[in-house]
Design a protein around this ligand. Structure first.
Ligand SMILES: [Cu+2]
Length: 156
């Protein structure tokens, strides 16, 4: 009986460490962070989910403290006559109250340009996310290969 309880406890410990890459600042919860592994290009994109549990909207204003890229912008991908285009969100990305915004391929993303090193699997990439209401938080992206979706055409 005691043995069974111990096994159960250790399983709980394992599953909670899987959730270690979750960040919380103010009323925001940030999850599923990853940056795309590069294959010879000097641009990459970062993705995440941001959930706002608060009653007030917040805004991701900028991404700073990035050591591996010369320029970082918040982008939106749109379709214009079947041509995929990206535009920088110079006013920031709004996270409405009580809702979740997904940065994902084909939609919002963090654009890293002028990479000073390749993005390789199993490395972590640090950045600071700066929010209008909640302030700044330093996060880490896991590097993941682009798979299961089309390669984005980058038009800058
Ligand atoms: Cu982009």
């Amino acid at each position: 009986m005691l043995k069974k309880i111990l096994i159960t406890l250790s399983l709980i410990t394992i599953s909670s460490s899987v959730l270690a890459y979750e960040y919380k600042i103010g009323k925001l919860e940030i999850d599923h962070l990853y940056i795309r592994v590069t294959t010879g290009t000097n641009v990459s994109a970062g993705f995440m989910t941001i959930e706002n549990e608060g009653d007030q909207p917040d805004k991701l204003l900028s991404v700073t403290n990035v050591s591996f890229a010369k320029q970082v912008e918040i982008h939106e991908t749109t379709m214009d006559n079947n041509v995929m285009k990206m535009r920088p969100l110079n006013q920031g990305l709004t996270i409405p109250a009580k809702s979740k915004v997904q940065l994902k391929p084909g939609s919002y993303h963090i654009m890293f340009m002028g990479l000073t090193e390749p993005i390789v699997k199993d490395k972590k990439y640090k950045a600071s996310l700066n929010f209008e209401q909640s302030g700044s938080i330093t996060i880490e992206f896991d590097a993941e290969e682009a798979k299961g979706y089309y390669q984005e055409k980058h038009k800058h």
